[in-house]
Design a protein around this ligand. Structure first.
Ligand code: ATP
Ligand code: SF4
Length: 334
């Protein structure tokens, strides 16, 4: 595996303070390697967006990062903890080192400005000494890169389809050649054909430009197709992590198994669609022990008492899972 570019260590994010705080992200450890696509999946409310907002320090109040580190490794220079950057350093970090495409980002294009103005503004803000001609050439290249004709620079957002607007947002995210691109449900608002077209294009771009992607979605089937590794989130914790093909071939966590049985098989023999009974936990009243135990068909004695930590199971040392079914499981430290 390539070197890490972003290491999330023990990240905790709460909504509110003191006894009233809701712990939406709990002790998350996650490493993104250079040039890889890491998928993050889980049902609605599992904490995926909170994790993305927390690690980029874009969390709106009452959200607070209450612990952990987010270590970014620049191509040259020493690693930095994003959580300790000054506001000026943070501005540089966003877009230039790490850029973000959020859910419904296409609606964040300014309707009264042409696409050209918005793309050129991003480039100019970070490269004030570049010439107008070089910025224009760059903007045209970026549009072509995401499969849009360069003459669309003169369009206003309302003159573009939803898919095109979302691709413009992806072009903006790539404008400064960041090392990391975080995408939170970037294609959810689009139809299935358009989703796959954009993701296929993204995979191609990643091959050429070699950025790493943290791709967040509730749709595990998309991740199986488009990511190198997959992490599964439940009740604010990562409960399983594995290379995409291995996870699809055999899930180690009963929750992952349930997610895999919620969509038709992508290849191989057909499998029964069973879904997952019950609903995700209420973060204000989390069950004791493993958060999944009220829904888990395999729950047994320790499950409702102790929370299993994410660790390597004996039989699959290259993977990680948080479940008492695996003999090497240990409880999370208090
Ligand atoms: P979705 O796919 O629906 O966006 P998600 O997995 O991204 O879901 P989050 O949006 O991160 O989940 O939400 C995680 C939890 O934090 C949810 O249970 C939600 O109720 C809670 N939460 C989010 N925003 C707030 C807030 N402002 N105040 C209190 N709790 C919040
Ligand atoms: Fe199910 Fe127990 Fe594993 Fe949780 S720890 S997923 S309840 S078997």
């Amino acid at each position: 595996m390539s070197d890490p570019v972003l290491e999330i260590r023990g990240l905790r994010v709460d909504y509110g303070l003191g006894d009233a705080a809701v712990h939406a992200v709990r002790d998350v450890d996650l490493t993104l390697h250079r040039g890889e696509v890491l998928g993050l999946a889980g049902e609605s409310g599992s904490g995926k967006s909170t994790l993305a907002y927390g690690l980029t320090r874009l969390l709106p109040p009452p959200g607070v990062v209450s612990g952990g580190q987010v270590v970014y490794h620049p191509v040259d220079g020493p690693p930095v903890d994003v959580l300790t950057l000054s506001p000026a350093e943070l501005r540089q970090f966003r877009w230039a080192e790490t850029s973000i495409v959020f859910q419904g980002a296409m609606n964040s294009l300014n309707p009264v400005h042409k696409v050209s103005t918005q793309l050129l503004d991003v480039i100019k803000a970070h490269e004030p000494r570049s010439t107008a001609a070089s910025r224009l050439a760059r903007a045209r290249d970026l549009l072509r890169l995401v499969g849009i004709a360069a003459d669309r620079l003169d369009s206003y957002p309302h003159q573009l389809s939803g898919g095109m607007r979302q691709r413009v947002m992806i072009a903006m995210a790539l404008a400064l050649e960041p090392q990391v691109v975080i995408m939170d449900e970037p294609t959810t608002a689009l139809d299935v054909v358009m989703q796959r077209q954009i993701l296929g294009q993204l995979a191609e771009l990643r091959e050429r430009l070699d950025f790493a992607v943290l791709f967040i979605t509730h749709d595990l089937s998309l991740l199986v197709e488009f990511s190198d590794r997959i992490a599964i989130m439940y009740g604010g914790r990562i409960v399983e992590e594995a290379p995409a093909a291995q996870l699809y071939g055999r899930a180690l966590h009963p929750y992952t198994e349930g997610l895999l049985h919620s969509f038709p098989a992508l290849r191989g023999p057909r499998r029964e669609l069973t879904g997952i009974p019950g609903s995700p936990p209420d973060l204000r009243a989390m069950p004791e022990g493993c958060a999944f135990h009220p829904r888990c068909p395999k729950a047994f004695d320790p499950c409702d008492k102790k929370v299993p930590a994410l660790g390597a199971p004996v039989a699959d040392p290259g993977r990680a899972v948080a479940c008492w079914l695996h003999p090497a499981a240990t409880p999370v430290p208090h």
